[in-house]
Design a protein around this ligand. Sequence first.
Ligand code: NAD
Length: 513
Amino acid sequence: MATVEQKPAATTNGQSTGIAVENPATGQVVGTVPNMEADAVKALVARARAAQPAWEALGFEGRGAVLKRAQKWVLDNKDRIIETIVSETGKTHEDAQIAEIGYAANAFGFWAKNAPEYLADERVKSASIFVKGRKLVQRFTSLGVIGVIGPWNYPLTNSFGDCIPALAAGNAVVLKPSEVTPLTSMLMAECLTECGLPDDVFLVATGDGATGSALIDEVDMIMFTGSTRTGKKVMARAADTITPVSLELGGKDPMIVLADADIERAANAAVYYSMQNGGQTCISIERVYVEQPVYHEFVGKVVEKTRALRQGDPSGGPGSVDVGAVTFPPQLEIVEDHVKDAVDHGAKILVGGHARSGAGRYYEPTVLVDVDHTMKCMTEETFGPTLPIMSVADSEEAIRLANDSPYGLGASVFGKDLARAEAIARRVEAGAVAVNDAQLYYVALELPFGGAKASGLGSRHGPGGIRKYCQTQALMVTRFAPKKDVQMFPYKPRTFKLLGGLLKLVYGRSKRR
Ligand code: NAD
């Protein structure tokens, strides 16, 4: 099986000889990209920095026009983008269409439309007596050059997707895609150029972790999506230059199935949202807790539906398979290790449980039972097509186990009594929780999405998803004022007493409880 070459022998002009990009579904090499070193990254950021002021000067309307053209380009070139994504990830055409094309097509229009409102000046009223009569404004200005570092599981949605609001806010962007899946980002650079983005406003720095590390040193803000392990390194590196970071990290999303749930829907959702994209979604359902009375019925349905899944090379086109390949070589070892560890500790495999032999890299859709929190499959991110299911006595045990995790990305609760299900959802420690659903909160770009606990810092989408790419400025304008304010020098006992009395008068009138 071919692997991605990340240690090139020769180095020329600040970039090494290249990284081979492999199709995980077939093992064939589908492209080669430069592995940029620090000097090359520095030069890219300098070009982006020079291009940024003119881009910012275009204003929301000028920038929005480019983004709207890109929205159309994505739909006009849908098949080409899907082929590129499928060729470097090994995912199915369906996964590429819904979760990548669907996201980008929405996001270009969403940020073009909403950036002006989200970043509009906001007049603020203050309770302070010292600023009475002054104009107070919160405003947002672009930061300069944003560095976006992305993972391999969604090359369009998670690597490129975060560049869209950064550009809408008037920044230039240098994107460092995963070394495993860089081709989609290069295609999107072509898209933006064809749609009229000025030269150098969006640049792609292909390369490995060292390229990403070098990018952190040069830019004004880092938007990172990837593992919690790398996220910690990114934050530490950014601390050297006090560069702000936004981190979208790993997860171990729990699903809770209550005794009154629609078991057919819950089973369909469990299988789809754990196996979709080969289980390689940050908000995949990674573990399930089922109230004891419906445990056997739920497991029976999940087993039947998982057995029916067709897995293999998606190059046969739409409808040919349900589950594609394992994109990243080391991920296969992690999935194998989690399943073996579970079995060693007493778990039972009801479906799957093996890597497939032959061309390409696949792990069978797998259902595990008799699992508990001594096992890695219930406590560490597996990021593969596995679904461990555990029986719980009641919802209290389910909530306790759901929260027994360093992660807090997404979660879901299934139950017909909506008031009870929602009350339970509100007690789960996660950045996003769905009732009788999963994952779909991610496509509501109006809703903030970001991880709790070790799953991240900051959020994407909603107003915060673009304001993070800006410097917030507090602006105060004083129009009418005396020659000298009462608190100014020289200090005198009389003014001290006067101001003390004023403070008491203004703030001392609230009733004591
Ligand atoms: P990763 O952390 O291995 O790599 C992510 C990116 O960081 C890659 O581009 C990589 O080259 C780069 N990188 C590696 N070392 C670096 C360093 N020292 N400094 C700067 N950059 C460096 O993650 P991955 O394996 O590509 O992606 C899978 C992970 O991403 C999973 O944990 C998944 O949950 C997470 N993820 C999270 C979200 C989210 O929104 N929270 C979305 C998608 C994926």
